[in-house]
Structure formats: C-alpha cells, structure tokens
Design a protein around this ligand. Structure first.
Ligand SMILES: [Zn+2]
Length: 367
C-alpha cells in the first residue's frame, strides 16, 4: 500500500498515523506514551503471581518428560505410517513445551534457587539442542530492548527474517525475504542477519567477560547432546533417529519461530517500533501481543498469554487476543498476512511502523 515509501521516510510515524486517521477507526494512537507507568502495572498483578513454587514447576517437567518418552516408545512400538505424522506433530509440540520450561528457568521464574534453575534449564534445553546460557543471556537482551528497532535481539525489523537473503532497496532500507519458520538454529549459530556473534562462542559480542564460563558450560552440554545423537544414529540407524528425534526437532523450531514472531507481529492494527529517546522498556513492552492457542495453551505452559490482571491498567494498550478453536489455525492467517505486509521500517524517525514493499508483497516464497 505504500506507493512512495522512500519519500516519506523522514516522517514515517506521523505519516502512518495521519494515514490511519483518514480512515474510520483511529481515536487511539498506539505510539503515544501511555498514561500509566511500570509501577502501576506491577501493583495490578496479584501477589500469588510473584510466588515461585519449585514443586509445581518440577511437576511440569516430570509430566512433559513422561509424555515425551511415552510418545516415543508407543510410536516406535506401533511403527505405522498412520501414526508417525501424528507423532511428529505431538512430539514437536512437546519439545516446544520443554523449551518453554527451560525459558522459565532462564528467567528465574521456575524457582528461586539459581542452581536448580541452571541444572534443570541445561537438561531441558540441551535435550533440544539449545545452548542454555548462551540463549538465556541473549534472550535477556531481547527483553531489555523489546520493541527497539536496532537493539532488540531476534525478531526485529530491518535485519528481520531469515536465510540471509538481503535485498538492498535503495540506500535507505534493507529488506529480508522471509523464510522465517526454520530460522532458529541459524539464529543460534550466527544471530540475526546484520548482527555478528554466535550463541555458542564465549567471546561473542553477545556476552560480557564475566559470562564466558557460563557460555562454555552450555556449549559443552550442547556438544554432549549432539554427540549422544550421533552415537544413537550409529546404534539404531539414522532413519529411525530422523523419525524419532530430528523431524520433531524441526516441528519444535517451527513452533518457536511461529510463537515468538506472533508475539510482536501480525496484529490487525499496526504496532509501533521505537528508537532513540522514544524507546522505553514500558513502551517497547506494550507492543507485545497476547495470543490464544486453544488446546495448545495448556500444553506449552501458556507462553502466549501475559497476565490478564493488568488489563484495567493497560486499557487500549492491551490487545485482546482472538479466541482460538481447539487448534490455533487462525494464527496461520495472521502470520501469512504479516509476512506479506511487514517488510521494513524507515531508517529515520523514532516511532516507526512496518511498511510494505510492493515487490515483495506478492513474493512467491510466501504463496
Ligand atoms: Zn522471555
């Protein structure tokens, strides 16, 4: 829809807002500073949400691990082509659930015991080939910079999306062709396009010197898991391992990319990205979206939902998620629409919105 994006770059935010104001809906500007602060939000969260219960957390781990081994054993026993595709979908979703528990260990919300968090986090994340500390640290950087065009880690505009096909569009913009649902292993290895460093390398500029030891520990754990997988390939054969582990692993990667992308993209109304003095932790965080995943919500430990108790404080800054059916199929539509529309942001301006490159919007990659 943007016919002359290069010319309007300097007033990107203003231009977008006035564009939308000519329509019918706009009486709320999502890029305006909110009338509340972080303390107001904190005060609205009920006390019990702050209590960490290691027994409850461990019971989730036990449940998930039992399901993972149960699914694998039952499917290997049946060994039927009717069952394998169901197994891949179910086991990939379970790997994603393990990832979410490891994510909570990384945030310290799993328990208040850092040792327990680290041990459980290493076991969970190594088992699905994630370097625990390496990713934990970069994920913390993501949270500290969410919604910031340049400083956000992982899914952010400009250098956004995947397998490193940079299309340079004039000096002002760079666009990446989306191939996003397989991005995570590449991201772990070498971060987002346009950034340097690796989640495995202690000297990477993702980390400060005091974190080196932690990063090395996690890379060793990752390597041990990789060696175990290679060993199992020799022991039971590469094809059974492909069916039992590697296909579910890719399903997990798709889940991870799908959910994390939709946390920040694909809303019906455009959402702002910030830079410079317009960015704040609060304003960046307010552009995060809740999603309903239907039956999957419980399985993946409600990763799609932030606490509903803050809704009265957030007002219109809270975007009510669309109700899902048993499976969150409606989100696939959101994803495809967003990939077709959200291509780049202006290089100029402290409040910017995604714009569409007409050359990419009909891209065959997305069809
Ligand atoms: Zn997080």
């Amino acid at each position: 829809m943007s016919t002359a994006p290069l010319k309007v770059a300097t007033v990107d935010g203003l231009d977008e807002i006035s564009e939308r104001m000519n329509g019918t809906k706009v009486d709320f500007d999502p890029g305006a500073p909110p009338p509340f602060n972080l303390a107001d939000i904190r005060a609205a969260i009920p006390k019990h949400c702050w209590v960490r219960d290691p027994w409850k957390s461990m019971s989730y781990v036990a449940r998930d691990v039992a399901v993972v081994f149960g699914l694998a054993a039952a499917t290997a026993y049946l060994n039927s082509w009717l069952v394998w595709p169901l197994y891949w979908a179910a086991q990939g979703t379970m790997f994603w659930a393990l990832f979410v528990l490891g994510h909570d260990c990384g945030h310290g919300s799993f328990s208040s015991n850092p040792k327990l968090n680290s041990v459980v986090g290493h076991i969970l994340h190594s088992s699905i080939l994630v370097p625990y500390h390496g990713w934990r640290i970069s994920h913390r950087t993501h949270h500290q910079n969410h919604g910031h065009v340049e400083n956000d880690e992982s899914w952010h505009p400009v250098s956004f999306v995947v397998i490193y096909c940079f299309v340079s569009l004039n000096q002002d913009f760079a666009v990446l062709i989306p191939f996003p649902m397989l991005a995570y292993p590449f991201y772990l290895w070498s971060r987002s396009p346009g950034k340097t460093g690796s989640h495995f390398h202690p000297n990477s500029d993702l980390f400060v010197p005091s974190e080196k030891k932690d990063v090395i520990t996690s890379t060793i754990c990752w390597t041990a898991m990789a060696a175990l997988l290679v060993g199992l390939c020799f022991l039971i054969g590469p094809i059974p391992m492909l069916k039992l582990y590697f296909i579910p692993y890719w399903v997990f990667v798709m889940w991870l990319d799908f959910v994390t992308y939709l946390h920040h993209h694909g809303h019906e109304e455009k959402l702002p990205w910030y830079r410079g003095k317009e960015w704040s932790y609060l304003r960046g965080g307010l552009t995060t979206l809740d999603r309903d995943y239907g039956w999957i919500s419980n399985i993946h430990h409600d990763i799609g939902t932030h606490t509903k108790a803050t809704k009265p404080v957030l007002g219109k800054y809270y975007r009510e998620p669309k109700k899902s059916g048993p499976l969150p199929l409606h989100l696939i539509g959101n994803l495809i629409t967003s990939l077709k529309k959200d291509h780049y942001v202006s290089d100029v301006g402290d409040i910017v919105y995604y714009r569409t490159d007409p050359k990419l919007s009909g891209s065959s990659i997305l069809e």
